[in-house]
Design a protein around this ligand. Structure first.
Ligand code: SF4
Length: 400
């Protein structure tokens, strides 16, 4: 870890009691630029010929400053650079943002600092710089381990480049995760089994395995609508999901969330903050935040966000106070994604609502009778049979 201002896991530094007692805070920084637009992607990502990087750095720090003034007493446990493609940022920009965060908030010992990266050779060449900037975890968008699939997904790299970048990532960062997309057109159980087996052999501590979904207004949506893109049907997708669960569990990286798998203790602290309804601030175009019982959304379009920050000192487009029932619903929606489910004490501390009051007792009894919900260790959680039915279960569980 580079920065003298960011305490790392190897240090004996611990925060003063007043900070330790404060709320945990996760910080999300959105870098909205990509080299090209992938045909399945509905993220807030944009292709631009040139970027005023110094201007962006300054604006992101101003947006952070606005949030810091509203979250006094909180302690940062995670920083996440997402996008877009934040691995296209200069390492000096990443370093300046990390230093600004450390100057604006107390930073918890062992803070997790993740950067999403695409595995092209250009970006891999920057990894050492990101590590020196303080990034200690990288999430690599490999997406597939065969060239035909990468081409179909419109990715700007092939398998050889992807694996070379993975090697560089493993040499530079203590913690490495990568993403794969499955339920691709024509994918069979046997081909996914071989691909996932290979992926598990790379020895990373964390894997994000997403099913390909057709998002509105993407190129894939038009192809799908015109019958030129066929995905595996529901039954085949369910079989692929089950195989994924079995293989990752057998390899010691069981699912801790719908799409995320990790060795014990290697779960993404940042994503756990979302799923356990901790406070998080989100800066940069289109970023969402939840802090002190308010929801924030930043202006989506990069140029609009930048103009907003320059005019008002922040890029917020909308800020909404969340009432108690809404907080309860949101925390249920997030928490039931987790394999361990919802801890009632933490739920109440973070939402201000007792878990018992957020759910309908009669529906809960019925869902338990059907074997879809089963408390474990005091937590409310879905069973393996209930997990694929999350949305339907939620609709019934939420107290009316
Ligand atoms: S690189 Fe990632 S964020 Fe950019 S277009 Fe592709 S999927 Fe979307």
């Amino acid at each position: 870890m580079r920065s003298a201002t960011v305490p790392g896991p190897s240090r004996s530094w611990s925060p003063p009691a007043s900070e330790a007692d404060g709320r945990e805070l996760a910080v999300y920084v959105h870098w909205p630029f990509c080299v090209s637009k992938c045909p399945y992607c509905d993220f807030n990502s944009h292709v631009r010929e040139s970027i005023d990087e110094a201007g962006w750095r300054e604006a992101l720090i101003a947006d952070l400053r606005h949030e810091a003034a509203l979250t006094a007493g909180a302690s940062v446990v995670s920083i996440f650079f997402g996008g877009g493609t934040p691995s296209l940022m200069d390492a000096a920009t990443t370093a300046a943002i990390i230093d600004a965060i450390a100057a604006l908030w107390p930073v918890a010992p062992g803070v997790e600092i993740t950067l999403e990266a695409n595995p092209t050779s250009v970006e891999a060449a920057r990894f050492a710089g990101f590590a020196r900037a303080g990034v200690n975890r990288v999430s690599l968008g490999l997406q597939a381990l065969d060239d035909a699939s990468l081409q179909m997904l419109g990715r700007p790299h092939d398998v050889a480049q992807g694996l070379a970048a993975l090697d560089v990532a493993q040499a530079n960062f203590g913690r490495v995760s990568f993403d794969l997309i499955y339920t691709r057109p024509g994918q069979t159980l046997a081909s996914w089994q071989a691909e996932l087996q290979r992926a598990l052999g790379f020895g990373t501590e964390h894997l994000s395995l997403y099913q390909l979904t057709i998002e509105p207004k993407t190129r894939f949506a038009s192809l799908h609508a015109s019958g030129k893109l066929l995905l595996p049907d529901e039954e085949a997708s369910a079989d692929l999901f089950e195989l994924t669960r079995e293989m990752t569990a057998a390899a010691g990286l069981p699912a801790y969330e719908v799409s995320n798998h990790a060795r014990a203790g290697a779960e993404s602290r940042h994503n756990l903050a979302y799923w356990t309804y901790a406070d998080y601030v989100g800066v940069g175009p289109g970023a969402h935040g939840r802090r002190r019982h308010a929801a924030t959304v930043r202006t989506m379009k990069p140029e609009g966000w930048l103009a907003g920050v320059r005019a008002a000192g922040h890029g917020i487009a909308e800020e909404t106070a969340l009432d108690a029932p809404t907080r309860g619903q949101e925390a249920l929606l997030m928490g039931l994604r987790l394999t361990d489910g919802i801890d009632p004490g933490r739920f109440e501390a973070r939402t201000g609502v007792a878990l018992d009051e957020a759910i309908d007792p009669q529906s809960l009894a019925e869902l338990r009778g059907l074997g879809l919900v089963a408390p474990a260790g005091g937590n409310l959680r879905l069973t393996a049979a209930g997990a694929p039915l999350l949305n339907a279960i939620l609709a019934r569980l939420v107290a009316g």
